[in-house]
Design a protein around this ligand. Structure first.
Ligand SMILES: Cc1cc2nc3c(=O)[nH]c(=O)nc-3n(C[C@H](O)[C@H](O)[C@H](O)COP(=O)(O)OP(=O)(O)OC[C@H]3O[C@@H](n4cnc5c(N)ncnc54)[C@H](O)[C@@H]3O)c2cc1C
Length: 298
């Protein structure tokens, strides 16, 4: 570890040791991360990847940790966190967002410039990089609709550009989903819009979120993907599981697709509750609920 931290210091890459994953994640669950690195650009991320490859070290990448369940006993695997990749630029009708930019900030920036099409992203509490990885979406909008190209670091440490057509977007899936690549920046194209109309749309989406989602409690959003022809929340509610709990984890009484951490829940509580839900829904409806939530382990 000392060699790794020496390397990070020599490259002027910020890092923290023994960082609480509970504090980092929207679920407020998880032990300590041995090391979290904060490269501010693709070049520095590429240096980390090369160093890790040369020294046989695994690594993982996260944005705002709003779609993950971290382990109770923490992570030894170094984490690359994109918070410092926070550049924002606009040129010739195109927007360039660093992977660490919060979606709310990116969405607001496009609206302020008079463009429409990213209003859907305002209330999603993740980063631009996480949203590209997940093909995040809401209220009929999806990242796939506005991305022109994405800059990333591959698993050899090469800085690459992926054009829109190659993103392999589908529901909560992208080219990046099954690869250990680091998204560092994305370029977005939108239609000229009407600022007042965009602002009204954002207000409408935010009101809908507040009335339907348990935003006052820690969670990771919808735990399950939408099964073909059904709504996960409705299947769960119709199975009588609204409010069901294991330890400190509970099926939200406001939105049954959410699990909330209402009382110091552990990773184990959430995993057990997910199994209870999956078994019951399969028993009742023959539908296997697939998780949208990412389970993280060394
Ligand atoms: C209250 C609440 C509401 C939500 N509502 C929605 C919604 O309406 N729609 C929706 O789609 N999601 C929603 N989510 C889930 C989540 O916010 C999104 O999936 C978001 O896009 C995740 O971004 P993140 O930066 O937090 O990613 P993280 O949670 O940090 O990571 C998620 C996955 O992406 C990978 N990843 C993240 N950044 C990078 C990167 N730069 N390079 C490579 N891989 C990366 C990680 O390895 C991980 O596998 C919600 C979550 C909460 C808590």
């Amino acid at each position: 570890m000392t060699k790794f931290t020496d390397f990070l210091s020599s490259e002027n890459i910020a890092y923290s040791l023994n960082t609480s994953l509970k504090e980092l994640s929207s679920f407020k669950i998880g032990g300590k991360a041995a090391i979290v690195c904060y490269p501010e650009c693709a070049e520095k991320a590429a240096k980390i990847v090369k160093y890790c490859n040369e020294n046989g070290i695994k690594y993982m990448t996260f944005g705002r940790c709003s779609n993950v369940l971290f382990p109770d006993n923490g992570l030894l695997t170094p984490i690359i966190k994109t918070d410092k990749m926070d550049s924002i630029a606009y040129s010739d009708g195109l927007f360039y967002f660093g992977a660490g930019v919060m979606l709310a900030k990116a969405s607001k920036y496009t609206v302020d410039k008079g463009f429409g099409g990213m209003e859907f992203a305002y209330g999603i509490p993740g980063s631009v990089g996480g949203a590209v990885y997940m093909n995040a979406g809401a209220y009929g909008g999806e990242m796939s609709q506005c991305i022109v190209k994405t800059e990333y670091v591959d698993d050899k440490g090469n800085i690459c550009i992926l054009e829109n057509k190659l993103h392999d977007f589908s529901y909560r899936h992208s080219f990046f989903t099954d690869r250990n690549y680091i998204i560092t920046k994305t370029c977005i194209s939108l239609q000229k819009g009407d600022k007042a109309r965009s602002a009204a749309l954002i207000d409408e989406f935010q009101s809908a979120r507040k009335s339907k989602q348990p935003l006052d409690m820690p969670s990771a959003g919808s735990v399950f993907k939408r099964p073909q022809g059904y709504f996960a929340g409705k299947l769960i509610e119709d199975s009588g599981l609204k409010g069901a709990s294991v330890g400190g984890a509970m099926v939200s009484t406001k939105h049954s697709g959410f699990i909330v951490n209402y009382d110091n829940a552990s990773e184990k509580d959430v995993r057990e509750l997910i199994s209870v839900i999956q078994n019951k829904v399969r028993e009742n409806y023959g539908v296997l609920l697939e998780c949208e939530l990412k389970f993280i382990e060394d």
